[in-house]
Design a protein around this ligand. Structure first.
Ligand SMILES: [Zn+2]
Length: 156
């Protein structure tokens, strides 16, 4: 297992925590110099907060730990491709490297719909590695939505 795969398994564990709470299973980890400094999972339903995405919460926590809004020398691991808001937060926090699992063809702004992380005119661009443990990451989401549809059917 590579280092990236190892940290992605931790992000997947975060996603599983979200799933147990009935949240869409997405998890994120931020490392600095090879150590985990923040972990978070999606809490949008629990908090009824549109910004409570896993990466966004992890960025807030990491900034608190470091004591700076600049997340230099950090790597963000997230199970699903960052959306427009989270890609924006990554640029604003200067995270130099982003590793994600599954593509999000409907909302991903880190390569799928657009690529805000590598947009030339911004003063910050991140290195992006995608497809790390992709099958595990997308399976979590597929199973979650399958279960959701199943539950809806059985309550009708
Ligand atoms: Zn997001």
């Amino acid at each position: 297992m590579t280092t990236d795969e190892y940290f992605m398994t931790l992000a997947i564990q975060e996603a599983q925590k979200a799933e147990r709470m009935g949240e869409v299973p997405i998890g994120a980890i931020i490392t600095k110099n090879g150590e985990v400094i923040a972990r978070a999972h999606n809490l949008r339903e629990t908090l009824q907060q549109p910004t409570a995405h896993a990466e966004h919460l992890a960025i807030e926590r990491a900034a608190k730990v470091i004591g700076s809004w600049r997340l230099e020398a950090c790597t963000l691991y997230v199970t699903l491709e960052p959306c427009v808001m989270c890609a924006g937060a990554i640029v604003m926090s200067r995270i130099p490297r982003v590793v994600y699992g599954a593509d999000d063809p409907k909302g991903g702004c880190s390569g799928s719909l657009m690529n805000l992380l590598q947009y030339n005119d911004f003063n910050h661009r991140a290195i992006v590695e995608k497809g790390i443990l992709q099958d595990n990451c997308s399976q979590l989401l597929t199973n979650f939505f399958k279960q959701l549809r199943h539950n809806k059917k059985s309550t009708k």
